[in-house]
Design a binder for this molecule. Structure first.
Ligand code: GRF
Length: 190
């Protein structure tokens, strides 16, 4: 086992950000992805772990809330838990245990367009409905509420007059893929 700082990634969806974070780890050796966890592995996590040779972990609400996962991640000396489209609420017990070591990415410039129910296309619909001329993504620490933890970094892109939620989502996602791995790398290699 290598001596790089270790992370785990939690996803619920297709995991395109997870793919980009894992690729970066293999190409740059700034951190090691110990495991990719999903509560819906058939949505994409299973093919990512097969393609990129990473261990797959299954999550359920019971596993998240119980002590075994927390103990395992501590024993493995996991230094960062990276959320990337993970749609289940993180229990307070887990949050407290990983305080300052749990980060998320959100597809808007927080505090704008965050909070309960603000995920996926809804975020981009809200940006366009609000007439914003700029959007982007936010990497932030996770606290006990939705999208309210301290922002680590934000990256911006324009909102074009002809944008639909779909075209804006694609532009923001490209920005996420480009920057999330670097933010993780910098946090672990200050
Ligand atoms: C991203 O837009 C991220 O900001 C949000 O969920 C989405 C995950 O997309 N938290 P993917 O599964 O990485 O493609």
């Amino acid at each position: 086992m290598n001596s790089l700082p270790r992370i785990v990634i939690f996803i619920s969806g297709s995991g395109s950000n997870a793919r980009s974070v894992i690729r970066h780890s293999k190409e740059n050796q700034g951190y090691h992805v110990q495991r990719l966890y999903s509560n819906k592995p058939e949505r994409g996590a299973d093919s990512i772990t097969a393609d990129l040779d990473v261990e797959l972990g299954l999550l359920s609400d019971e596993i998240l809330a119980g002590p075994a996962l927390f103990t395992k991640l501590n024993e493995e000396n996991i230094q960062l838990v990276v959320l990337a489209g993970f749609l289940r609420k993180i229990p307070v017990s887990f949050l407290r245990g990983f305080k300052g070591k749990l980060i998320n990415i959100h597809p808007s410039l927080l505090p704008a367009h965050g909070g309960p129910g603000m995920y996926g296309q809804r975020v981009h619909e809200a940006v366009i409905a609000n007439g914003d001329t700029e959007s982007g993504c936010s990497m932030h620490y996770v606290d006990e509420d939705y999208d309210t933890g301290a922002v680590i970094e934000q990256f911006t892109c324009p909102v074009l007059p002809e944008d639909t939620p779909k075209t804006l989502a694609a532009r923001v996602l490209t920005l996420e893929h480009e920057h999330y791995p670097h933010v993780i790398h910098k946090l672990l290699n200050p």
